[in-house]
Design a protein around this ligand. Structure first.
Ligand code: B12
Length: 213
């Protein structure tokens, strides 16, 4: 578990833009065998949510938020040795952020969690054009698709891509997630067959296990 003092210390360093010290904290946690979902959820996600709050209240600048984001993105790579060590089981997931969605860290975390469970996690990144996503699904033939949505303005883009995937790949399971759902709206996608909304990496692990046989 990540203690309150470690979190507070990390957050302070993150907002100061001190990447080496942030990195040292993460390396210590990894050496102490922190669970990746704990590191992602309770350190990276929680600190970025805090940064977002302070940015929204004009307590920190856009530059400070951008720096914190880029440090966090670079620290995700510290987990790669664990990801690469995972035994692969021949399952595939394609994860993408919907069109006009530039918040990509959450989707990247989701792809990493699939990898840790032995899946090939193909992460397409921010702002994925729906046609490109369809082409990749056709090419990779995944067992599951994940779609990430952080801002409510992009809800129609999510519905459009869910509709496209459902029409062409009738039974392919679709997972949707991201903080846009904090303000509701999941019911709009749940009316489609084989679509599930997940609010946490813990729930995601349960679903991955269910689809891993
Ligand atoms: C960094 C950041 C940006 C960066 C993103 C860069 C990048 N490389 O990703 C940039 C600068 C691009 C950006 C832009 C904007 N942003 Co911004 N941003 C943030 C910030 C500070 C952090 C985002 C983040 O990475 N969070 C951490 C991740 C790990 O959390 P997460 O995305 O929720 O993901 C987790 C879960 O939701 C879930 N999940 C996510 N996707 C999926 C998918 C599946 C399938 C599953 C199962 C689960 C899942 O798993 C993840 C791990 O637990 C947030 C603050 C916040 N609360 O997050 C604001 C925030 C999201 N942004 C906000 C806004 C308003 C904007 C802009 C509109 C600002 C502007 N005026 O230009 C633009 C919109 C750009 C666009 N079209 O997308 C608002 C959104 C408010 C709202 N109600 O919609 C927030 C909340 C800030 C705020 N408090 O006001 N932003």
């Amino acid at each position: 578990m990540i203690s309150e003092p470690i979190f507070e210390h990390y957050l302070k360093l993150l907002m100061e833009g001190d990447r080496p010290q942030c990195r040292a904290i993460v390396e210590d946690l990894l050496r102490a065998d922190v669970e990746v979902k704990d590191l992602y959820g309770n350190l990276f996600q929680a600190s970025l949510y805090k940064v977002g709050e302070l940015w929204e209240r004009n307590i920190i600048s856009v530059a400070t938020e951008h720096l914190a984001t880029s440090i966090t993105e670079s620290l995700l790579s510290l987990v790669y040795p664990r990801i690469f060590a995972a035994h692969h089981i021949g399952k595939k997931a394609v994860i993408a952020c919907v069109a006009n969605e530039f918040h990509q860290i959450g989707g990247k975390m989701v792809a990493d969690i699939f990898e840790l469970h032995g899946w090939d996690g193909y992460f397409l990144g921010a702002n994925t054009p729906p046609d490109e996503l369809m082409g990749l699904i056709d090419n990779k033939k995944p067992d599951l698709v994940g779609l990430s949505l952080a801002i409510s303005v992009n809800f129609d883009n999510l519905l459009k891509v869910v509709e496209m995937v459902r029409t062409t790949f009738h039974d392919l399971p679709i997972l949707v997630g991201g903080q846009a759902f904090r303000w509701g709206g999941a019911d709009q996608v749940l009316k489609y067959k084989e679509v599930a909304y997940l609010s946490s990496l813990r729930d995601l692990e349960g679903v991955i296990r269910d689809h891993s046989d």
